[in-house]
Design a protein around this ligand. Structure first.
Ligand code: PLP
Length: 407
């Protein structure tokens, strides 16, 4: 007799974005003539950089010919791409070995799956608010006894509040935890951790033999040269950190699908020596994953080259131009805004203590603009909304104009 994994029933409410889609659909059905402007989901909108397109077309040509066709590649990813990524990290003074890289079909799956490496009884800490995948994957894997509705948080998890008082940068845990998820630039708050702030976490992790899962999916949005793009810029981080990254947000690969994880050989935890966790992730990927698309990997390699990288930077600059318009627009109607400087997300405080969902409904009904309610990212996200700078410029301008006219 088969039984289900009951941990799924512990997941609180629906996933945030389906609920937004439900409310948006209901609105569109009621008012089919009102045009909606979407500044909600972090989905890219601009077309792929031409140099990357050319590389992927070339790869397709090779696959179209028996002489040059190739089937399955290495589960860990193409060697050229892994070597290219090593060079990319060298730009920030970070030395890594190609065997420490694992190419994936995007950061989301890695962010969800990486917890499989660690014991079921490990205590997990999360930034609050955070990208929901970290929490949800740990719920499904059975690390919580359930959702505590009274406090709006899961039992057994440690939440590291990110609020106005701490500039949305979490403090290191004041209890012993085993795994800590950090994301910088952060989704949803747009906050970026400084070198010193990251170092405090690295020091904590080394002292406690804890692991940091560092999600740097938005690192290409960091323009301030003093801010780190990789956790490995901090000394000692290779002993305690796994980094997850993606081509989604800088190369527009949200649909193409390509990312990577770095599992350093120096990584150690309580019950294993250096090298073991790298081997475990290698085994995991070889067993459960058949490698990223070879076409996507050709595009990824092109994104690392001089021309490709410049074209990706132009794409990032375009979205950052949107971020500036959004932030200035929201501030002009009196909203307090954070983020949006080294990040594509603007974290805006709701007016008059309105709840996140109430302000979401207000913006939907009065301004015809879709945003993301902050409370969907964790209890500390209440009284905030996340506004995404992914969108065509003309739609972003229209959305901000509508907010200015109707608020
Ligand atoms: N990590 C963070 C923080 C994200 O915000 C997202 C997507 O929005 C991802 C990872 C997923 O990226 P990918 O498209 O590579 O799966």
């Amino acid at each position: 007799m088969a039984t289900i994994n009951n941990n799924f029933s512990k997941l609180a409410a629906g996933y945030l974005f389906p609920e937004i889609a439900r409310r948006t659909k209901a609105y569109t059905q009621e008012f089919p003539n009102n045009e909606l402007m979407k500044l909600g989901i972090g989905n890219t909108t601009e077309s792929l950089p031409p140099f990357l397109v050319k590389a992927m077309k070339n790869k397709l040509d090779l696959l179209s010919n028996n002489e040059t066709y190739s089937g399955y590649g290495d589960e860990q990813g193409d060697t050229a791409l892994r070597e290219g990524l090593c060079e990319y990290y060298q730009r920030y003074g970070v030395s890594l070995d190609p065997t420490e890289f694992f190419i994936s079909d995007g950061a989301k799956a890695d962010a969800a799956n990486i917890q499989e490496l660690f014991g079921k009884n490990n205590i997990i800490a999360f930034q609050d608010p955070a990208y929901p995948v970290y929490v949800d994957s740990n719920v499904v894997s059975g690390r919580t006894s359930g959702f505590n509705k009274k406090v709006g948080a899961y039992e057994n998890f440690v939440y590291l509040p990110c609020n106005e008082e701490n500039g949305f940068i979490p403090k290191v845990p004041n209890t012993k935890v085993d795994v800590i998820y950090l994301c910088s630039p952060n989704n949803p708050t747009g906050a970026v951790m400084s070198h010193n702030q990251l170092k405090e976490f690295v020091d904590y992790a080394r002292e406690n033999k804890a692991i940091i899962i560092f999600d740097s999916a938005y690192c290409e949005y960091v323009k301030d040269e003093d801010l780190p793009k990789s956790i490995y810029e901090v000394e000692g981080a290779k002993e305690c950190s796994i980094e997850i990254n993606s081509f989604s947000k800088n190369a527009g690969f949200t649909g193409v699908r390509l990312g990577w994880s770095i599992v350093p050989k120096a990584l150690i935890v309580e019950d294993c020596e250096a090298g073991i966790i790298n081997k475990m992730w290698n085994r995991r990927q070889c067993t459960f994953f058949n490698g990223a698309s070879n076409i996507a990997q050709a595009g990824g390699l092109a994104a690392l080259s001089g021309v490709g990288h410049q074209e990706c930077q132009n794409l990032v600059d375009y979205y950052m131009g949107n971020a500036k318009i959004i932030k200035e627009g929201l501030e002009s109607v009196g909203l307090t805004c954070y983020g949006g400087d080294n990040s594509p997300y603007i974290w805006a405080k709701t007016p008059n203590n309105m709840s996140s969902w109430d302000f979401f409904d207000f913006l939907l009904n009065k301004c015809h603009v879709v945003v993301t309610p902050g409370s969907g990212f964790g209890p500390s996200g209440e009284f905030f909304i996340r506004v995404s700078s992914y969108g065509h410029r003309e739609n972003v301008v229209k959305a901000i104009l509508s907010i200015k006219e109707n608020m």
